[in-house]
Each structure stands twice: as structure tokens, then as C-alpha cells.
Design a protein around this ligand. Sequence first.
Ligand code: DGL
Length: 271
Amino acid sequence: MSGPVLIFDSGVGGLSVVTSLRQRLPGAALVYACDNAMLPYGTKSDAWLIERIVAVCKAAVAASQASVLVVACNTASTLALDVLRSRLTVPVIGTVPAIKPAAHLSRSGHIALLATSATVNRPYTRDLIDTFAADCRVQRIAADSLVTQAEYYLAGQAVDMAVIAASLAPLWRDERLDTVVLGCTHFPLLRDVLVSLAPWPVAWIDSGDAIARRTAQVVKSPSPGRGQGDAWVTADTEEVTAALSRHGFATPIRLLIPDGMSARLSPLYPQ
Ligand code: DGL
């Protein structure tokens, strides 16, 4: 493998996977791309999202000369993995909710999936639950506001504890709940806050290490080479630049999306 490992997400959520990748592949060159102009993905229509994800990933792979793409986004992976694999020439590693390990770990058999609206409603997710957690009670909870809160948190801004508590409230209706799947890569970034708001201890499971293990199988001989720490965005914002820099990435370059898909700035960021 000569090119770097490219991590892609709608926003800064993929940085939670970067931490696992650095532990598992200390020698590999990692580069990062995010479609922050279109954040959040979790509330957008499927047909539009597929074309957008393909366009941004193609442009990012070309710009970075990556040898492997890690789609560090459950919302993108549960929708577009097959299409990405058919339209890109590099190996594509996806991120899907950690239902299987959660079902193994839970003692009570009461688990919850916390993810974006798109992810909790996807057929892919329902299949995962039917296949790996058929004997469990699985609550599927959409928590799109946590995406925004994680973006604020990583930008060094204050989070709104009331908003986070309200997103978590449905979890605590099941008194036997013992395991929560963090089915959005933004959510592990808020882990300390989530733990502090839990009325009883639960296991919070994410997919970071599983993705890193899979990436290590694909990248057999990691090299620190070309591109280490480069980053691309679809909108220039101080917030994302600051979060990337705190995680060891360079000032990002604006990615040009050639197919004319509009790049209006996400309402997350003031214009
Ligand atoms: N980080 C993404 C995920 O894992 C999605 C956030 C978004 O809605 O854009 O699902």
C-alpha cells in the first residue's frame, strides 16, 4: 500500500475512528475528508445522499491519492457501501452499528441503538438486528441533535446538557437496559457526557475498534508516507479546522465537487 488511509464522514465524527486507527495502525499515514457543507446527513433523503456521498468520496480519493477509504459514518455506510464499492477502485471499509457485539455483551438482553434518524430506519439496520439480536429487546432511538452537539464539543464550544439529556431520555424508559450501541461516529466524542447523564451504569459500544481491526487487515504493510495528516472539507469553517488541528491534521483544503451538486453551507455554521 503506498497511498494513505482516507477517513471520510459528514463532519468531525470520523475523528472518533481516527483514535482507534492510530492505536491499531501506528505506522499508517491517515488523511481526513468531511462533507461539512452538507452536515448533518442523518436527516437527508436517501436518493440525494447516495449521489452526494459518491461524488465527495470520489473527489476525496482522487485528491488524496488514498489506497483505502474508511467510511467512518454509519449513515453513509448503511446506505451507500455497495454503490461506493462499485464506483471506486480502492477498497472501501464501512461502519455499521455494533449490534452484534452489543447482543453478545448484554446480560439482560435489553439493548438500545442510538443513531441518526436515517440509520435507525434503514432496512440495513433492521436486518442487522434480525440477524444478530433476534433474541434481544432492541430500542431504536433517533438522536440527531447529538450530531450537532458533538460538532460544538469538538470545536471547543459549550454543549447544551438539556438537549443531550432529552435525546437520551427514551433510553431510560427500559429499566432493564444494560447496553447502548453508539450507532453514529459523532456520539463516542460525547462519551464522558453520556456516561455522566446515565441514571445507572450501562455499556456504551461503538464500532471504532472493529473498523480499525478491519483496516489493519486490508492495509497489510502500513507506511507513514505521502500525505500524512492532510485534510479536505467541503466548507471552510473555523470550527472544523480547529477540531482537525486538535487531532493532528493540517489546515484543510476545500474539496471541489465536480458534478454540480450544490454546496450551500450547513445551517450549523454562521455565514
Ligand atoms: N457521523 C455520522 C454517522 O456515523 C452521521 C452524522 C450526520 O448525521 O451527518 O452516522
